[in-house]
Design a protein around this ligand. Sequence first.
Ligand code: NOJ
Length: 571
Amino acid sequence: MPDPTESGRPAADLIHAAGPADAAWWRHAVIYQIYPRSWADADGDGIGDLPGVTARLDYLKALGVDAVWFSPFYKSPQADAGYDVADYRDIDGLFGTLADADAMVARAHELGLKVIVDLVPNHTSDEHEWFQAALAAGPGSPERDRYIFRDGKGPDGDLPPNDWHSVFGGDGWTRVTEADGSPGQWYLHLFDTKQPDLNWDNPEIGDEFESILRFWLDRGIDGFRVDVAHGLIKEKGLPDYDVELHILDGELKPGAPMPPMWDQDAVHDVYRRWHSVLAGYGEPDRILVAEAWVRPQERAVRYVRPDEMHQAFNFDFLKAQWTAAELREVITSSLEAADSVGAPSTWVLSNHDVVRHASRLGLPVGERQPNGISATDPQPDRALGLRRARAATTLMLALPGGAYLYQGEELGLPDSTDMPGEFRQDPTFLRTKGKEIGRDGCRVPIPWQKDAPSLGFGPTEATWLPQPAVYGDYAVDQQDGVEGSTLELYRTLLRCRRERDLGTGGLRAAEGFGDDVVALVNTGQGVPTLVVANLGSEPVALPEGATVVVASGDLTDDGLVPTDTTVWASF
Ligand code: NOJ
C-alpha cells in the first residue's frame, strides 16, 4: 500500500523498515576484500604481502570503506591459495610475519578501518601438525579421530568409504599409506587432497578453535569470515551422495534437499559458542560472517540468528541474472529473510571464487555462469560488462545492510580470460584436468600504475599470475581524479551512501516504472533517495523534480536514464 505520509511521491510497498541511525557498525558496513597474494607486493617476489598492504591502506580510507576482510595469510603450503592452513597462529613467510600483521592492524585502526580475517575451520592443510600426527599414529588413535578417517570398502579396503565428490572435482577421499608401508585408511576431503576435513564431533576441535579465535581477538582483530561455515558437521553415518559439488552452487537447486555434508543442524552449536566468545570482548562488536552455501534463504538466515553469526554472504544476489524481475525478487526476499531473524542482509557481486562481475555481466543473460573463462570460451563483451557492472554496483550500494567489495572491482577490472593453462594454479583446474577453468582469472595482481613494472603491483616485473595486456588501462593512476572513471564512481557512491544513510535506511518499491526497471526508494534516516536501475531497452524518465545525486553512466541529452544505467536521485 502507498504510504500517505510520502505525499504521493513514488514510494509504495514497504520492503524493509529503517534501522536506528546509531545501529552497530556491521549492520551497514562496506567491507573491502583483500586477496593478499594479489593486492600489493612490497618485497618484489611477485606475491602480495602484508607490508604492501600496510603501505596502501590510505587508498582504502580514501575510497570510503569501513572495514577490510583478508583472505587467509596464515602459514600454508598454498595448495588452495592459503585456504589450506598449516598453522592458524602464524603468518606465512610469503606474506610476512606476525609483527607485520600487528603493524597492519595498528595502521588500519589508526585510519578507522576494521579488520576481519578469514578463519578456515572445516579443514586444515595436510601439512598441519595434527594431520602429520594422525598419519604417524595409525588407525583407531586419538590423533586420527581429529579428522574423518575410515576403512575403505571392498575386500581389500581399496574402494572409498562412500561416494562423495570433492568440490574441486574428483573423489572426496584419499587413501593413505600406513607407517609400515601398507595401503591404509581413507580420509575425507571435501576440497583438495591437501585439505583434510576436521572431525567436529571431537570436542578437542571445538576447544582448539575457541583458542584460535581468542588468539586473533587478543591481537585486536574485529571479526572473522568463516570459510565453508555450513560444512563443519557431516550427517551421521556419512550416507552416499553421488552428485558433483561445485563452489557456490551445483547441488543447491531451489527446493532440493541439502546434501549430507552441508547445513547439518549441529553446526549452529559451534556458532553459538563462538558468538559468546566474541561477545565477551565487549563493545564495539566483533563479528562473525558466514560463508554458507545454503538454500533456501529461510535456512541460510539461521546462521545469523541473534545468538549466532552477525552476517552471512548473500550469494543469491551475486548469482542473480541481469533481469529486473530477478533482481527485484532477490532484493525483496533477501531483506525479508534477514528481517525474519533481525539480521542485516548483505550484498556482494564479486569475490575470489567467481568471475568478476565486470566480465560476468558481459556474457549472455540467462545462461549458467561459468567457473572461469579461458581463451577458447565465448568471451564476455567488455564494454557491456563494465556498463552493467557499474549499474549493478550502483544498485547494490543503495541497498540497506552490509556490502562487500572485492579488490579491483572499484577499477572496473575484468577477469583475465585468456590466461594460458600453464599459469593456472586453482586446484579446480588441476583436479578436473582443465574441464573447469577455475578461479585464477579473478585473482590476478592489481594494476596500480600503468607505466611501472608489474603495473605498480610491486617493485619488480614479477607477478604470480600474468596480468592481461588491457590491465594497464584500468590502473589506479589512470582513474584517480578522472571524472567518470569507475574509481571515482565508487568513491562518490560510498560517500553518498554514508551521507544519505543508505545502509540503515528503509526500502520501498517505487511506483510508476515499467517491469524492466528496478525502482526503489531508500528512506535513509529521513532524507529519501530514489534508485532507478534501467534494465530495459528504452530510456526511462525520472519523476518531475527529481535531481540526480549520482549515476552509473551518462544520462541521455534530455535527461533520461539509458539502458543498463542506475541512478540515485533526490526528489
Ligand atoms: C571457500 C573459499 O572462498 C574458497 O576460496 C576455498 O577454496 C574453499 N572455501 C575451501 O576452503
